[in-house]
Design a protein. Sequence first.
Length: 141
Amino acid sequence: MGFQTKYGKAPSILLACSSSRLNAYLLSNVGIQPKGTPLTVLSLMARMEVDPWEEAERLSSLPSELAVSWMTTAIGRSSLSPRKLRDTATLASLLIDRLHAHSNKRPSGTALTGDLSVVRVCTVMVVIFVVISMFLIIVLS
């Protein structure tokens, strides 16, 4: 589903687009790293060398207890300092609640059903963008 870069596996644009309903979860802040930069669920999963979108899909299908357990372990293995990990289980529970709240919703702007419908919508958006770009190139040149 993804492709390999020099920094690791990167999801394809269609996978990222089709899973945009997971973005609120994936962009959630886990904490502040020792150098002061924020750590998101997306970066946490990427550092674990798992595809964040695939893992979020998998976690959303698990019972809450199992998903919270996985997330607690993942946060515990992160670069956050131990004193910031006191409430790891609580944080993991909040993150999984956010995931479950968003995982049952279709991406906005799609009234279609099925996994391929979102890919079709993304494809139509790309085609519209290309047509508008071509039009502007012709008009402005």
